[in-house]
Design a protein around this ligand. Structure first.
Ligand code: TXA
Ligand code: MG
Length: 315
């Protein structure tokens, strides 16, 4: 359904315990009523997601946060005020109304307000917080178009709202700002530099713990079906290979398919196109994808993070 006109019906599906895939500014989410444990369980089932991987709860408005979780630490409140709505997920204490399945038993909860009008309208119309991971099967490429959701999850979803390609193309940055110094648990669409400018020094610790608190930070994740490795055009040869380039097609080598993320060298544009390009390379039937790392600044850090994890799946 079109994201605009389908909202009333999709909200009713959410209230009835169904699953609605919807666009956010980052990637498409697979939403369920976050107050309903059975509805949340359907998310894990549809994604074949391990029960230890907690969901992000989405709100329509920053003003809805205190009503759900009560007072938050000052640094969390400062980040809410500065960056919501937007691609920033914050860690707060899990309120009793949120069933433990949503947070995989953690006493903390990840929460954000997406910067996509149709998503906020959907959540507002549903009248409940919406638990939503990315709308892909566990470990696979994140969806940046409604078609990706339909291909990947198909009949497991009750409604897919189509809002066209997502603006950021890469998931939200996850920050735990409850302690002394904010900790970035997942690099994402909000650059670390923007966080630092707003709240001072932060610690970047994606996937540092053996028992990951943010499994989106598992070493192997975000993977295409085709084996992917990080490299340059000069590396190796043989087979029907695809190349994922940052600015320009490779000057050498024999490539069956080439995707260029941003001829202008714009990292924001590259992030927006990343998963779409990987979905397309995957569909060409190449036997290997070689991906060129991008400059490791701004959202480029999150792009390189996703490429490394995709590559780790195949090592
Ligand atoms: O941009 C996004 O964040 C998208 C859109 C749909 O909002 N959602 C998304 O969800 O990327 P997902 O499930 O693919 O990734 C959620 C990440 C997981 O790595 C999960 O472990 C982490 O959030 N997470 C959830 N609750 C957490 C918590 N209490 N503490 C630490 N990490 C948490
Ligand atoms: Mg995901």
């Amino acid at each position: 359904m079109p994201a605009g006109s389908g909202i009333g019906e999709a909200a009713a599906v959410l209230r009835a315990g169904g699953l609605v895939a919807f666009p956010t500014e980052t990637v498409y989410g697979l939403g369920a009523n976050a107050l309903d444990a059975r509805a949340a369980a359907r998310i894990f089932e549809a994604k074949a997601r391990p029960s230890f991987d907690p969901l992000i709860t989405h709100l329509a408005d920053a003003a809805d946060l205190p009503a759900l979780v009560g007072a938050v630490p000052p640094a969390v409140a400062a980040l809410v005020a500065r960056f919501w709505p937007g691609p920033l997920t914050l860690i707060v204490d899990r309120p009793a109304v949120i069933p433990p399945i949503v947070t995989s038993g953690l006493d903390t909860m990840a929460v954000r307000v997406p910067d996509e009008p149709s998503a906020r309208a959907l959540i507002a119309a549903a009248g409940v917080p919406v638990a939503a991971p990315s709308a892909n099967r566990f470990g696979q490429l994140s969806p940046t178009r409604a078609e990706h959701v339909v291909t990947g999850l198909g009949a497991a979803v009750d409604v897919v709202l189509d809002g066209g390609p997502t603006r950021c193309g890469i998931e939200s940055t996850i920050v735990d700002a409850r302690g002394e110094r904010p900790v970035v648990l997942r690099l994402g669409a909000l650059p670390v530099e923007a966080l630092v400018e707003a709240v001072g020094p932060v610690e970047v610790r994606p996937g540092s713990s053996g028992q990951p608190v943010a499994p989106g930070t598992l070493a192997a994740h975000y993977a295409p079906r085709t084996p992917l490795r990080l490299g340059a055009a000069a590396d190796g040869d043989g087979g029907r290979r695809g190349f994922l380039a940052f600015r320009a097609p490779p000057a050498q080598g024999d490539w069956a398919a080439v995707e260029v993320l941003s001829p202008e060298g714009d990292l924001t544009v590259a992030a927006a196109r990343l998963f779409d390009a990987l979905h397309r390379l995957d569909a060409t039937g190449v036997t290997e994808i070689v991906a060129e790392p991008v400059p490791d600044v701004g959202v480029g850090r999150a792009i390189n993070d996703r490429l490394r994890r995709a590559a780790a799946t195949w090592r």
